[in-house]
Design a protein around this ligand. Structure first.
Ligand code: DGL
Length: 272
């Protein structure tokens, strides 16, 4: 494949479910000419309650799905997968990023009091992925991390409205220790959480920086593609194609919370 052709390939993005659409949304905003191929493993979500071994096996299979298409970069738009991988890259022949390092880097830049909070799935917090990434950048930064087992389910069920009392109560329970510890920067370390950003912001207060891991991964991907001269030179808008391992109907129903355009987009179901 010539370099020129490679530039026209899509950016491959995968997630355990639909949270990764928060990264796709940002990619569409900052790289509107790029084609995106998204795979959401909706038949097996959530990953965040599973063992590292299972998460890594699923990761391999998700990447194999994306590799069936011409892609020039792969983004693991999933906090759980990225944390399980740590500093390892699961692909060697093209650029790859997870969400952990990009989010950690931005958090380290933004924190003024050198105290960062992290929320994520149980597997993410157990892995220490974000903590290790932060300390690799700056070992002196204090970190308070909380696993939030209920939040993914509440978001998937659409309990996302700012006034939803159930989600607010659950978020308060998880966020209070971080607030009390005094973190001035919070990594929303799971790609589902930006959907309830308003609730999180209400609880943390307006002085706390909120970092969306998916958005940071998208920005980091732009940087990688620019540095490696892999951006498309297309002038018209790119398009998104979505693949899911569960039904197209459930994708259309749930995707509107994450990326309204996706709900009416080109979606295919495949068996994994
Ligand atoms: N996408 C996952 C993450 O960002 C959340 C859902 C899951 O547990 O699989 O951590």
């Amino acid at each position: 494949m010539t370099e020129q052709n490679k530039n026209q390939n899509a950016i491959g993005v995968f997630d355990s479910g639909l949270g990764g659409l928060t990264a796709v949304k940002e990619l569409n905003r900052i790289l509107p000419q790029e084609n995106i191929i998204f795979f959401g493993d909706t038949a097996r979500v959530p990953y965040g309650t599973r063992s590292r071994q299972t998460i890594l096996r699923y990761t391999k299979e998700d990447i194999a799905v994306l590799r069936q298409h011409p892609v020039k970069m792969i983004i693991a738009a999933c906090g759980t997968v990225s944390s399980a991988l740590g500093m390892d890259s699961p692909v060697e022949d093209m650029p790859f990023t997870g969400v952990v390092y990009p989010a950690a880097r931005t958090a380290c830049t933004l924190t003024k009091n050198r105290h960062i909070g992290i929320i994520g799935t149980p597997a993410t917090i157990r892995s220490n992925g974000y903590v290790n990434a932060i300390h690799a950048i700056d070992p002196g930064i204090a970190v308070t991390a909380m696993a939030c087992p209920l939040l993914v389910h509440l978001v998937e069920y659409g309990y996302t409205n700012r006034n939803n009392q159930i989600t607010r109560l659950a978020a308060e329970e998880y966020l209070m220790p971080i607030k009390k510890a005094g973190a001035d920067t919070l990594i929303m370390g799971c790609t589902h959480y930006p959907i309830i950003r308003e609730i999180i912001a209400d609880i943390m207060g307006e002085h706390v920086n909120l970092i969306s891991a998916g958005e940071e991964a998208a920005k980091y991907a732009k940087k990688c593609l620019t540095q490696q001269h892999l951006l498309t030179d297309r002038t018209e808008s790119g398009h998104n194609i979505y693949y899911v391992s569960d039904s197209v109907e459930s994708f259309r129903e749930n995707a509107r919370h994450f990326l309204p355009d996706a709900a009416d987009g080109q979606v295919f179901s495949l068996h994994i």
